[in-house]
Design a protein around this ligand. Sequence first.
Ligand code: DAH
Length: 337
Amino acid sequence: MKDQIPAIEAEALARISAATDERALEDARVAVLGKKGSLTLAAAGMKDVPKEEKGAVGQLLNAARASIAAALEAKQSALQEIADRAALAGIDTTLPARELAIGGLHPLTLIRDEAIAILRRMGFALADGPEIEDEFHCFDALNTPADHPARNEKDTFYFDSGKLLRTHTSSVQVRTMESAKPPIRIIAPGSAYRRDEIDATHLSVFNQLEGLYVASDVSLPDLKGTLEFFLQELFGSNTEVRFRPHFFPFTEPSFEIDVKLTVKGQEPRWIEVAGCGMVDPAVFEAINKSRKDQAFDPETTTGFAFGMGLDRLAMIRWGIRDIRLLIENDIRFLKQF
Ligand code: DAH
């Protein structure tokens, strides 16, 4: 037994060192340490070793097992290293990593988020409403008579059900006042739809940002101050803003707002960016009727409203000449923002 162990050990180490792949190494391990392996069988012979020799033989066995295990492990990592190197052969690990394209935000998203941020600082909260609307919320409650041109089939997308794609975000004014009482101070960005002829300044889907402020003492100067401040925050403090009397069924008086656009090498010109006005008492009456209460008493309730074209704001901010660029997904255009 004493002589047998060194022989087993020597043979195992030779076999391990000769192994050239994982398979041969595993075979070598099983042949010596497996259930019927040479060292396992030798250890089973311990029971026949005379008592006084058991200690010495045991030590021999342990030492052999340890040296074989160490040899197996060393060979295992040597084989792994060879495999790793083979896997990397032909790959230049000194090349710079491929650049990840992280993309960017669309100009409409940028201008919308900026507009929201400014108005939130002024105390406006975000509101929302459906894009598939009914005539009541889009027109009737907004004091728009049945024969108003905006309600024409030629100008508005109607569904067979009688519902329609909202032609403006002003419908969110109605929905908000139906579910909340004054004071109300909200903004509602979103899409609007019209059957317009598509050209450099018109799309059949465009983006608006609606605003509504209703309380007991809202005045025209509040409207002017708020919108002037907003536009100067957005376009710079030197921006010239002009309020032009206009007509909207749901506000009285009503205005359109122009911003003076100065592009280098061009004559300055006024660009219309929004409609606005003082909420018409007829709107409050329609809301009360719908709510079945008097939460918006036309005698004491006042408010202003505005609706601006977000696409227009983006076009002004970046000097974009054709609104269609905003929906064409041309990467050469989008990369500039
Ligand atoms: N809804 C109008 C449009 O789409 C814009 C507008 C005008 C909104 C006056 C308002 C407003 O809230 O008070 O042309």
